[in-house]
Ligand binder design. Structure first.
Ligand code: C2O
Ligand code: CU
Length: 433
């Protein structure tokens, strides 16, 4: 599989400055708090509808096992490739790891060949909901199974805090939650609150809503929202690769709340045997929760108006020959990877970036190694938040302004997480001098 956009590398970093290797790699010799070995294999997998296809497993299953850590833990994951012919890596989607641990084939490491292994080590600095996936031929390997959930718990979690994961993945047209099609149940007593960690591992945006109860949106992309107050009858849109943590209280009358992920993928939250609303009462409410106005503003820790660098990332569409390739192309500033100059920053820079899209299609943009805060959409400034994101759904015609502090040296991908688009060249890089 020629995977030029993801396996290739357009050139050396702009100017190797005084960034030391130590800042790019995880801790070398400490004892890990969490140690996991995951074997990747090319296998026949049975899809939810019973058909058998050539796919992949990680740690024996797809999705792979949940990796759980507590904030501050040193996590060590040994990846072995049993039989994936194209090679394999693991990328910790949304975890701002040191650059060398980022798992991007052709940028931060070579793909692990059959029979090989690679050890990742990083400190889980930020509590939140994340996932891992292969970053080699990822438009194929992710779709066919090389992925799994990762949760970093806060140091102090209230005893008895109840939670569940709802990892959405579509296998050959069938939507699944944690690998199972149809209705799943998370058993909680009436009146109990549960944190549901929704992870969108698909290439398209996910609309999630709750029938039979309100919910508070506690976190987006692994970052807590301040002042998350309960809302009702709105859908949350989670871009490809994104996550949303919903707090749902099971109704006191013993009925269930139903978290709906579309296509019959439901998570029923309530006592055993309980039922939630059905029919019209369970339908998509139509309105979307606007994250720009949700929550209470809180200090960012930096001044986004005092930017050291401002960049524009304009996504467009071109038909014809681009970089010698014919066809329809999604471009960034008129270019395709690897012909797009890197966005170059120095450590400590405050960076502002305008991301616009006039391509006729949505593009979920994922920046590795950093979270960005959304300042505005279409010129309308955020009044809530702060809305930190690592996977931002940018619809056709939209323009976002985001900001971040360049605090994680290395060479980082910034790409569309509709993974076939990335494979076709919708990939930029952020590089530190
Ligand atoms: Cu989840 Cu570069 O990817
Ligand atoms: Cu795209």
């Amino acid at each position: 599989h020629a995977d030029r956009a993801e396996a290739g590398w357009g050139g050396p970093p702009a100017r190797p400055g005084d960034v030391s290797v130590a800042t790019l790699t995880g801790p070398a010799d400490a004892e890990p708090d969490v140690a996991v070995t995951l074997e990747a294999a090319a296998e026949r997998i049975t899809l939810p509808d019973g058909t058998v296809v050539e796919g992949y497993t990680i740690g024996g299953t797809t999705p792979g096992p949940l990796i759980e850590a507590t904030q501050g833990d040193l996590v060590e994951v040994t990846l072995r490739n049993a039989s994936v012919p194209d090679g394999v890596t693991l990328h910790w989607h949304g975890v701002d790891v040191p650059n060398a641990e980022d798992g991007v084939a052709g940028v931060t490491q070579e793909a692990v060949p059959v029979g090989g292994e690679h050890v990742y080590r990083f400190v889980a600095q930020d509590a939140g909901t994340y996932w891992y996936h292969s970053h080699q031929v990822s438009h194929r390997q992710v779709r066919l199974g090389l992925l799994g959930p990762l949760v970093v718990h806060p140091r102090a979690t209230a005893a008895g805090a109840d939670e569940a994961i709802a990892l959405l993945h579509t296998y050959a047209g069938t939507r699944t939650i944690n690998g199972t099609a149809g209705q799943q149940r998370h058993v909680v007593a009436p009146g109990t609150a549960a944190r549901i960690r929704v992870i969108n591992t698909d290439n398209a945006a996910l609309r999630v809503w709750v029938a039979g109860a309100g919910f508070a949106l506690l976190a987006v992309d692994g970052r807590d929202l301040t002042g998350a107050t309960p809302v009702r009858d709105v859908a949350v849109v989670i871009g490809a690769g994104g996550r949303a943590d919903l707090e749902i209280t099971a109704p006191a009358d013993g009925s269930a709340a139903v978290v709906r992920l579309g296509g019959g993928a439901d998570l029923v939250v309530g006592p055993a045997g309980s039922r939630g609303p059905s029919g019209a009462a369970a339908r998509d409410p139509g309105t979307e929760l606007d994250l720009l106005g949700y929550g209470t503003p809180a200090a960012l820790g930096f001044d986004p108006q005092a930017a050291d660098r401002t960049f524009e990332l304009a996504i467009g569409r071109r038909f014809g020959f681009v970089a010698g390739r014919p066809g329809l192309h999604w471009t960034i500033n008129g270019h395709l990877f690897p012909d797009l100059p890197m966005f170059v920053v120095a450590e400590g820079d405050v960076v502002r970036m305008t991301i616009s899209n006039s391509s006729g299609q949505a593009h979920p943009m994922h920046l590795h190694g950093h979270h960005v805060v959304v300042l505005s959409r279409d010129g309308v400034a955020a009044t809530g938040g702060p809305w930190w994101t690592d996977s931002l759904e940018v619809r056709d015609g939209e323009e976002f302004e985001v900001a971040f502090v360049a605090d994680n040296p290395g060479v980082w991908m910034d790409h569309c997480h509709n993974l076939p688009h990335a494979q076709q060249g919708l990939v930029a890089h952020l590089a530190y001098t």
